[in-house]
Design a protein around this ligand. Structure first.
Ligand code: KIV
Ligand code: ZN
Length: 520
């Protein structure tokens, strides 16, 4: 048995299908670059036929990200497969992932096709993908049987055997609705490998959803049965309850290598940083007690536990925070820290800045250090997150002033000063609360009105001088955009978050006007 498990990351495809997790094109690229650093084997970058924006995002990732295979999803129709191939072909390591549903409920109710028709469509799709892959020279063909777990097993065997025969390099067995249990899923994978000799020469992949909270357990049961690829997402994002969490699968394989006798090539020290990046860019918070990357994952509260930890960490820790890249030292810089100290600390945290960017970041750092006695790693990460956007900022906040009172008949008022393409605009508004007044003033000043779908504010570190990070989700012309901002002042953080979203919306509008297909 080969002991190498391929990690297929679908954060940018299935993960991005999470309600409320949409990403812009520059954000997708940023995540893909980080996934390459993390050492995943395959990045499923999107579903190219679904929109011009998705096509463009996959194409750009295929062009710019090196290391992992870059994969595009398609249905089995030729037009879909061609579009997926066109999006990934610039990658020296490309992959076409083509899918059709095989369960009775899907074939009858959704596809309205007979079993024979579905089988023929699957085989034709794989053959066509194979022909494009031959043109490329280094392109893998993956085929998925959607809703495999609810598919009649004899029929599933027929479909998998026929598609392997037609040239699929990888056959993926999804638990699309998250209904499997570990023994059930183990049985399906083991049966397929036992009954289809040719499949043993190819790669069996698993793709489990978390509707019963069993996605990771089922994926690992698949590995025990002989699967050699696991499809998963950072922070377990994905349709409904999500997919198997990449960090949990990878660390289970690593910590329990004695049991699984298999390993991935993921650089586990990049897990925490990747999780934080995905959480910030999608605006989907990581639950505090989430395994591996949650805030509490390495905290010990009970006295007995703390006593044990002081004597020997192995009393209560099965892996160390350093194994997954959780920063160990928290207190780092202050008002007197120089530019070099900032540069060194940022590099330790994985941010490598050009000189001009460093100058700008140092100025912002000093402003924070003026307001806060101690600048923590989390503050620096929030500052960097605020600085790294990828979309040019048309509007820049110069000043925000909010007046509120505890009186019941008070009139919360906000004044903003915003720079737009070199011009300084001042405006003011009243609202139902401080943030409401602020947002109305920003909308007046920028001339852009959006619907606020979600607003979250959290302290990055503890204390009343903590950096606050605001995240907003706004709807504009039927499309959701996320904005973020950080500051020691909650109103400033909130204003920056809305302006960030408005900058993205304005950029999209400009792209659309230029006719680039609105790819974001
Ligand atoms: O859950 C699923 O079945 C999928 C397929 C496209 C692999 O996401
Ligand atoms: Zn899925």
């Amino acid at each position: 048995m080969s002991d190498r498990i391929l990690v297929f990351d679908t954060t940018l495809r299935d993960g991005e299908q999470s309600p409320g997790a949409s990403l812009s094109r520059p954000e997708k690229l940023q995540i893909a670059q980080q996934l390459a650093k993390l050492g995943v084997d395959v990045i499923e970058a999107g579903f190219p036929i679904s929109s011009p924006g998705d096509f463009e995002a996959v194409r750009q990732i295929a062009e710019e990200v090196r290391g992992p295979e870059i994969c595009g999803l398609s249905r089995v129709r030729q037009e879909d497969i061609q579009r997926a191939y066109d999006a990934v072909k610039a990658s020296p390591r490309a992959r076409i992932h083509t899918v059709i549903a095989t369960s009775q409920v899907h074939t009858e109710k959704k596809l309205r096709k007979s079993r024979e028709e579905v089988l023929a469509m699957a085989v034709d799709g794989v053959r066509f993908a194979r022909s494009l892959a031959a043109e490329h020279g280094n392109c893998t063909v993956e085929f998925s049987t959607e809703d495999a777990v609810r598919t009649d097993l004899e029929y599933l065997i027929d479909v998998v055997a026929a598609t392997v025969e037609a040239g699929a390099d990888v056959v993926n067995i999804p638990d699309t609705v998250g209904i499997a249990t570990p023994p059930h899923f183990h049985r399906i994978i083991a049966t397929l490998l036992e009954r289809i000799p040719l499949l043993r020469e190819r790669i069996v992949s698993v793709h489990c959803h978390d509707d019963l909270g069993l996605a990771v357990a089922n994926s690992l049961a698949g590995v025990e049965a002989g699967a050699r690829q696991v499809e998963c997402t950072i922070n377990g994002l994905g349709e409904r309850a999500g997919n198997a969490s990449l960090e949990e699968v990878v660390m289970a394989l690593k910590v329990r290598r004695d049991h699984y006798q298999a390993a991935s090539s993921v650089v586990t020290t990049e897990l925490y940083r990747t999780s934080q990046l995905v959480s910030k860019l999608t605006g989907m918070a990581v639950q505090r007690n989430k395994a591996i990357v949650g805030m509490n994952a390495f905290l010990h509260e009970a006295g007995i536990h703390q006593d044990g930890m002081l004597k020997d960490a192995s009393t209560y820790e099965i892996m160390s925070p350093a194994d997954v890249g959780v920063p160990e030292s928290r207190l780092t810089l202050g008002r007197r820290s120089g530019r070099h100290a900032l540069k060194a600390r940022l590099e330790e945290l994985g941010y490598h800045l050009a000189e001009a960017e460093l100058d700008q970041t140092y100025e912002q750092f000093l402003k924070i250090a003026e307001r806060k006695k101690e600048v923590f790693d989390e503050d620096l990460a929030a500052l960097m997150d605020d600085a790294v956007r990828g979309v040019p900022a048309k509007f820049k906040l110069l000043q925000a002033q909010v007046t509120t009172s505890t009186a019941t008949d008070s009139l919360p008022t906000a004044v903003v000063v915003i720079e737009a393409d070199g011009e300084v605009i001042k405006d003011a508004a009243i609202g139902d609360g401080g943030v409401d007044a602020l947002y109305r003033a920003i909308e007046r000043a920028t001339g852009v009105t959006v619907d606020l779908a979600d607003f979250q504010l959290r302290g990055v570190t503890g204390g009343t001088d903590a950096m606050g990070q605001a995240t907003v989700k706004v709807m504009y012309q039927g499309r959701q955009t996320t904005g973020r901002g950080a500051s020691t002042d909650v109103f400033e953080a909130s204003a920056k978050a809305l302006l960030d979203a408005i900058n993205k919306v304005s950029w999209l509008e400009e792209q659309r006007a230029k006719g680039s297909g609105g790819a974001a």
